[in-house]
Design a protein around this ligand. Structure first.
Ligand code: HEM
Length: 148
């Protein structure tokens, strides 16, 4: 079986997770415009659980988007196999952050997943940044001759 190049999974999972958090946007519309008790929901805009629901929606879409972008960069820049694997894994683990916000709202869990996911996304970003700076090839060269 052929091995998956690092980054591919980030793009696929990123797109699917983004669709999930977009669909959650429909729930936010329902809660604001149609649900019984919608006046209380609107009045509690900046208070639990409305505030966290919005945080989850926004960070879910953002972190999913970051996975799509990082995945694409990892697949197309010669940052080395090791860095590529770390960036890919850490960015995926970053998705624990918005999932952690949802688990706080709906299961009352402590924010441990939020903190782990946030730390992983910061590390993925730093690792990718440093790897790109240390990269010896210019991006143009890589796209012309990716397998070299
Ligand atoms: C990539 C896609 C999306 C991004 C980046 C995004 C981003 C955001 C942001 C930044 C806010 C916060 C606005 C604020 O704090 O005032 C927000 C709120 C909201 N979004 Fe999205 N959104 C996306 C997709 C969607 C979709 C597809 C829907 C509907 C189907 C939706 C429905 C909503 C609603 C209803 C709110 C208000 C939530 C509230 O009651 O506080 N979003 N979105």
């Amino acid at each position: 079986m052929q091995k998956r190049p690092p980054g591919k999974i980030n793009i696929g999972v990123g797109l699917i997770v983004m669709a999930g958090f977009m669909i959650y946007g429909f729930y936010l519309i329902y809660a604001r415009d149609f649900a019984p008790g919608k006046e209380a929901w609107i009045a509690d805009y900046a208070v639990h659980p409305h505030f966290e629901a919005r945080l989850a929606h926004v960070h879910g879409n953002l972190f999913a988007f970051l996975n799509i972008v990082f995945g694409y960069l990892v697949m197309n820049l010669s940052i080395g196999k090791n860095s590529a694997k770390w960036v890919s894994g850490l960015a995926l683990a970053g998705l624990l952050m918005p999932i952690g916000i949802l688990s706080e709202i709906y299961f009352g869990l402590p924010p441990i997943l939020v903190l782990i996911g946030a730390a992983c996304m910061v590390l993925a970003t730093i690792t990718l940044g440093v790897s790109v700076i240390l990269m010896r090839k210019r991006p143009g060269q890589i796209i012309e001759n990716k397998d070299a």
